[in-house]
Design a binder for this molecule. Sequence first.
Ligand SMILES: Nc1ncnc2c1ncn2[C@@H]1O[C@H](COP(=O)(O)OP(=O)(O)OP(=O)(O)O)[C@@H](O)[C@H]1O
Ligand SMILES: [Mg+2]
Length: 496
Amino acid sequence: MNNFFADNITHIKNLTKDEFESLFEFTEILNSATRQESLVEDAIDIVIKVINAERGLFVKYDEVNDSFSIVTARKISNESITDLHEFSSGILQKVIKEKKPLLYHDVMSDPHLSQFESVQIQRIKSVIGVPIVRDGKVWGVIIADSQLDRREFTEENLLFLGFFSNLVSLALDRIIKLEELEKENQILTNRLQSVFEIPDMIGESAIMHSLSQLLYKVALTDTTVLITGESGTGKEIAAKAIHDLSKRNDKPFLAQFCGSIPDNLLESELFGYKKGAFTGANTDKQGLLEAADGGTFFLDEIADISIALQAKLLRVLENKEIIRLGDVKVRKINVRIITATNKDLQALVKEGSFREDLFYRLNVFPIKVPPLRERRSDIALLTSFFIKKMGKKDMSIDPAAIKKLESYYWPGNVRQLINIIQRALILCDGNKLLAEHIILEEATDMENFQGTLREFEMLLLKKRLEELNGNRTLTAKSLDVSVRWIQLKLKELGEQ
Ligand SMILES: Nc1ncnc2c1ncn2[C@@H]1O[C@H](COP(=O)(O)OP(=O)(O)OP(=O)(O)O)[C@@H](O)[C@H]1O
Ligand SMILES: [Mg+2]
């Protein structure tokens, strides 16, 4: 700013009162411009008005290619100017070279300028060129000219335009910086939205970041998705997120829990039935798969469905059609299927309790929701989220409490975290949640343990197996031992 005034002080001193007043007005106009385009339009209007020019042109200069392009033009006669040849490009070159406003009188008799065809054709008498400079380089040039029958431009005009050119340059600098910030902001917001904005899914760890990216990608497609992950990790949230982010989101999202439900009940829920299909079927009834038409159907705990139902589900996936129980009519359905399990489906396939062909149909796009212990950095965030959700907005959390939560093993994952927070809030009387309010069963058991190391090993193994629904593969993984080791230990216990 200081440089600006130092450079312009002589110009300012020489301005007349009228000019000073118009400059003040123009400064306000230039300052209110928020886009490059409007700044350019305002600038050219001001130049034409001040020097009473007949034609005006704003050209953008491309330094790399040493070329010009017309940004906007004005002509008193209102004809449009689209061709740069109508103007003297010689003047443009000179302004760029000298980086200051230039004025030429009696252009037609100047041997350097009159050679240009444009000058002859347009019968130009005087021309004025004003550079707009950015970062020491010419960004654009305003050219205005006057023809033979009009009045000439003056040295005062030139002085005024020199000052004006600096003002436009300053405004341009401000606008470009603002536009760059806006763009950056837009990119950042977009990135945030596309990565983290999964409704209800809290987490900022790298592993959750990758998960949400996957959810976003798969939501754009119509493929069948198999969501795996331990109990309570958020598989249902993930399934709902895929639906919400997909183009099916204005259609239903229906879910059916398949674990421990009698086969015929599950079948009639999913496929519906015809009146008289079985005792109690008093009317025709549409199944859930039909009701979800156009939307998404989430089959939770898919590992538990019977072999008979697996065959029926395979038909749904292969032919996209269903038959209601007791009916013969085939009905087409358009439903995206998402399934979830906390079991090792592949192991069940090997064991023979899950159809291999169905497994491949379901596993088109597998997504694993990571256990909480693999994203411990999210625990603090999740904890404060749940505390607020439970209505304790003013509750603060002692760092020791967070530490305690972060070092726990979390076999029941996020669901277990919710339960433990709920209990802690009951125990906490004040406004600060302390480590002592957090009761972690396993840890207490282990802390009070009095037996031998071997007994401790067995206790841990049994506990972990129980928490992971007897799944030996997951238990081995969580204890960092081989499945074979687990088999041997169980043999020792006489359990196999
Ligand atoms: N990232 C998360 N942010 C907020 N809440 C979560 C998150 N993950 C899970 N939850 C919450 O934890 C609970 C368990 O989640 P959900 O039911 O989706 O787990 P699940 O993997 O389907 O479990 P299960 O295998 O037992 O069915 C729900 O109350 C859910 O809202
Ligand atoms: Mg679930």
